[in-house]
Write a protein that binds this ligand. Sequence first.
Ligand SMILES: Cc1ncc(COP(=O)(O)O)c(C=O)c1O
Length: 420
Amino acid sequence: MSFENTLAYARQLDSEDPLASYRDKFHIPKDNNGQDWLYFTGNSLGLQPKTTQKYIQQELDDWANYGVEGHFEAKNPWMPYHELLTASMAKIVGAKPIEVVVMNTLTTNLHLLMVSFYRPTKTKFKIVIESDAFPSDRYAVQSQLQFHGFDPAVGLVEWRPRQGEELLRIEDLETILAAQGDEIALLLIGGVNYYTGQYLDLKRIAELGHAKNCMVGIDLAHGAGNVSPDLHDSGVDFAAWCSYKYLNAGPGSLGGIFVHENHANNRDLPRFAGWWNHNKETRFNMRQPFDVMKGAEGWQLSNPPILSMAAIKASLDMFDEVGMKALRIKSEKMTGYFEYLIHQINSDSIKIITPSNPKERGCQLSIQVKNADKSLHKKLTENNIITDWREPDVIRCAPVPLYNRFEDVYKMVTVLKGLL
Ligand SMILES: Cc1ncc(COP(=O)(O)O)c(C=O)c1O
């Protein structure tokens, strides 16, 4: 794509943008003078759709009006409320509805999925993660190893970038599996790495893992609503993600899980149980022997928080309207423009470490700051440009196609240039 480094050109791109009107459907935080912040942290907490309040209010009203009867009498009855989210969520991650359910939060879900998909033996017990995995994932797998009686120092295998590089190479995962595959039980990989923004080839990872009889799980926290991961076709065994980043469902909102159809009918897979993964036809007969549900729903435990699900529904209805295809088209263009402008600064003090190939990234660019100077991030914030700093040396910026403008990107880079 060829771009121009002017505000007029950025505004022209906005005027040609078929999704431009969606910005107005969000609450954009403002500074003390009433100016919109330049918000680039949808990778951390997505902004609030203006419809969210109405969706939550509906459930508050139904609770006020019906009390417990709301489980059946609410406009959207609470008993099957989670089912209202399944088809839309499945489309976002490229899955079949039977493979997806919204429940709990991300780290909890990773543990519940590892109950089923991390079944170590004395000789095949290791878990592979990226060396730059999100700390919660690292803690989760370390504790799983310990729970099963293994020393994380031995059982945790790190797939790391080569010396002097920031990104992961698939051939290095191949080398790890060739050397230790017989001892590896599980690969748990961030589909889009939180730090570098690198979007990995999930299909290839699944093929490599399965060739060595390993289970393959994906943390899609930075992928859901950002890239189109085609989870079903990728063949990965399971995945989990959150809804508070690109899915704009509010702080701490519920996550989603994917369990591949290959495992959907395997009632013998060990798992934890509660009344919500018991057959919904007989759930209220009580005192029945446990009868597990098919598909991803068979990993639920508890009746879910409806207020959080209402916020998710508000967001997913918008995703249904727009579709991931249109989002990706804008996203590739906007992040491409962002990258072009940063390269135009031509400064030795910063470097983009995110892959330059749009197929290997979502909307986020990770800007490495030489000499790990956090003051640059601080100054951006003082200019009402909201990015986030990740230790040791990266500013993460995510222009989100639903609510960011090309103009935001232009203004952000102009300020960045001034600061440098
Ligand atoms: C990649 C990744 N994994 C795990 C988590 C933890 O999520 P939660 O607090 O919902 O368990 C996050 C949170 O930002 C994340 O980015």
